[in-house]
Design a protein around this ligand. Structure first.
Ligand SMILES: Nc1ncnc2c1ncn2[C@@H]1O[C@H](COP(=O)(O)OP(=O)(O)OP(=O)(O)O)[C@@H](O)[C@H]1O
Length: 438
C-alpha cells in the first residue's frame, strides 16, 4: 500500500481513561496493520511495563493489548483501519478489570520477598495455572514487571511449549528478569536457559517434558545458590493450558520439582479445588478471575501466533513494515551435522530387550537421515559437543530452519540468524515447521 493510501485509512483518536480502567485493542494477524500509541498526560502501563511520555509505541499485527492506568490519563492512539473494514469496535475502554486483585497478589508476594531477604531464605515460588486463554502469560508478565520495578530479580520459567515468551515454540526456557519487559520488544533475553522439547504440546512426549522440567528446576536452584538477589526474589512459572488428566498430573510434577509455595489458578474453580485437595498444606492455592480483555484464540490463530514467534526469532520485530534482523541462508554438507529427533515409535513390550519398557523409547535419540522430510522443520542447535554429553538436557545455542535439501550434492540450505556456520554440529529436529516465504 502506498503511504498516501495508508494515511487515508489512519484514524487518530484521543482516549481519556479514568483511574483503574484500561484501553483494550487488537491488531489483526496476517495483515500489515498497526497501532501507534502516544502517552499525552499522566501515567499508564501495558501489562506492568510503564509507558513513557514522548516515546511512540507501535503495536504490530497480532498484538492484543490493554493500556491500564491507576490514575487519570490521556492517550493518543493512531489506528490503521485499512484491514478492519466492517469492524466498528476497534478499541474500547473497560472499567471492570481484575487489576486490583492482581496488584494485591503482587503486594503479598513482595512481603514474602522482604521476609526471605531478612531471613536469608527463598523468596516465593509461584506457579500460574489455568486452562487456555485465561491470561496466564499476561499475569506472569505483570507480576515480573512489578517485581522488577521494585528492584527485584525474579527468575521467570516458561513451560508453555505452545505459546511461550522466552524462545520459539517447542522449547522450555528461563531467564532472570532484572528490568521490566519492553512494551514493544518483550523480555530482555540476556543469557536464557533454553531446552529443546520439539513439539507444541507436552502430551507429545510426557517423559521428555517431565525430564526437562526436573532439569529446569535444577538450573533454577543453581541460580538461586549463586545469587542471593534471585533467591529472595523468587520464581514465577508459566504453564500451558493442559489441565485435565495427564495434564493435571504434569502440574503436580512441576509443583513438586520447583517446590512451589504459591499456585495461582486463573478462572477455573474445579482446578482450584483439585489443587487445594492435592497440594501439601504449606502451598498457598489462590483463585483469581481472568480479565475480560483476554482474547480467546482458536487453533488456527494459535498456529498463526506460533508462526509469528518463529518469524520474529529470525527476522526480528517488524517496524514501519521493515524487519529488524536479516537472517542468512547457510549451505551445509550432510557430513558436517548430526541430526537427531527425540523419541522412537512405541514398540510392544514383548518386542523389547528384557527389562526395557516401551516408555524408555521416548527418551531415545534417533538419528535422522537427510531427506526432503526435513524441509521446513525447525532444528535446535545443541550446546553438546559429543554423543558422550547429556544431549537431552543440554542448553540450546539457537535454531535454524531447513529450507533446502539437495540430495545430489549432499547439502542442506538452512535459514540461520547468523552468517557464521553454527559452532556445534549436533542438531535436534522439532515437529514445529516454518515456511520461509519472505
Ligand atoms: N486485559 C487485556 N486486554 C486485552 N488483551 C489482553 C488482556 N489480557 C491479556 N490479553 C491478551 O490476550 C491474549 C491471551 O492472553 P495470555 O497469552 O496471557 O493467555 P494464556 O492463558 O497464557 O494463553 P495460553 O492458553 O496460550 O497459555 C494475549 O495476546 C494477551 O496479550
Amino acid at each position: 500500500m502506498t503511504d498516501e493510501k495508508k494515511d487515508a485509512t489512519m484514524r487518530t483518536e484521543e482516549y481519556k481513561l479514568e483511574a483503574v480502567s484500561e484501553l483494550r485493542f487488537e491488531v489483526e494477524t496476517g495483515s500489515d496493520a498497526s497501532v501507534q500509541l502516544d502517552l499525552l498526560e499522566g501515567m499508564a502501563e501495558v501489562f506492568g511495563a510503564e509507558l513513557t511520555k514522548g516515546r511512540q509505541i507501535t503495536f504490530e499485527e497480532g498484538a492484543k493489548v490493554a493500556v491500564f492506568t491507576w490514575h487519570e490519563v490521556l492517550l493518543l492512539a493512531c489506528l490503521d483501519l485499512s484491514h478492519l473494514a466492517g469492524k466498528t469496535e476497534v478499541a474500547y475502554i473497560a472499567k471492570e478489570t481484575p487489576m486490583v486483585m492482581y496488584i494485591n497478589t503482587h503486594a503479598a508476594l513482595e512481603q514474602m520477598r522482604q521476609k526471605a531477604e531478612k531471613e536469608k531464605t527463598r523468596g516465593p515460588r509461584v506457579m500460574v495455572v489455568g486452562p487456555t486463554d485465561v491470561g496466564k502469560s499476561t499475569l506472569c508478565r505483570l507480576l515480573l514487571n512489578y517485581a522488577a520495578r521494585l528492584g527485584r530479580a525474579p527468575i521467570f520459567v516458561d513451560l508453555d511449549v505452545g505459546q511461550g515468551d522466552i524462545s520459539i515454540p517447542g522449547t522450555l526456557g528461563s531467564i532472570v528478569v532484572e528490568r521490566p519487559s519492553d512494551i514493544e520488544e518483550g523480555y530482555n533475553l540476556n543469557a536464557p536457559v533454553v531446552f529443546h522439547f520439539g513439539s507444541s504440546s507436552p502430551s507429545h512426549n510426557t517423559q521428555l517434558f517431565k525430564l526437562l522440567v526436573s532439569k529446569m528446576a535444577d538450573t533454577v536452584n543453581q541460580k538461586c545458590d549463586q545469587s542471593k538477589k534471585c533467591c529472595s526474589s523468587g520464581v514465577i512459572i508459566n504453564t500451558g493450558g493442559w489441565v485435565r488428566g495427564a495434564g493435571y498430573d504434569m502440574l503436580k510434577h512441576i509443583a513438586g520439582c520447583f517446590e512451589v509455595d504459591v499456585i495461582i489458578v486463573l478462572d477455573q474453580e474445579r482446578l482450584y479445588n483439585e489443587l487445594k485437595r492435592d497440594m501439601p498444606d504449606f502451598v498457598e492455592v489462590l483463585l483469581l478471575p481472568k480479565s475480560g480483555g483476554v482474547v480467546e484464540r482458536n487453533s488456527s490463530v494459535r498456529a498463526d501466533d506460533r508462526d509469528l514467534k518463529v518469524r520474529e526469532y529470525f527476522y526480528g520485530l517488524r517496524k514501519d513494515n521493515k524487519d529488524s534482523f536479516y537472517p542468512h541462508p547457510l549451505h551445509i554438507s550432510f557430513n558436517d551435522v548430526k541430526i537427531y529427533k527425540i523419541g522412537a515409535p512405541a514398540l510392544p513390550d514383548s518386542c523389547l530387550p528384557l527389562g526395557m519398557k516401551s516408555q524408555d523409547n521416548m527418551l531415545k535419540l534417533v538419528p535422522v537421515s537427510p531427506s526432503n522430510g526435513l524441509l521446513h522443520h525447525v532444528l535446535s542447535i545443541s550446546m553438546a559437543t559429543s554423543m558422550e554429553d547429556n544431549i537431552l538436557e543440554s542448553n540450546i545455542l539457537g535454531h535454524v530452519v531447513i529450507t533446502g535439501v539437495d540430495m545430489e550434492k549432499q547439502m542442506f540450505t538452512a535459514l540461520s540468524p547468523s552468517a557464521v556456520t553454527p559452532p556445534r554440529n549436533i542438531w535436534l529436529m522439532s515437529e514445529i515447521q516454518f515456511m520461509d516465504i519472505d
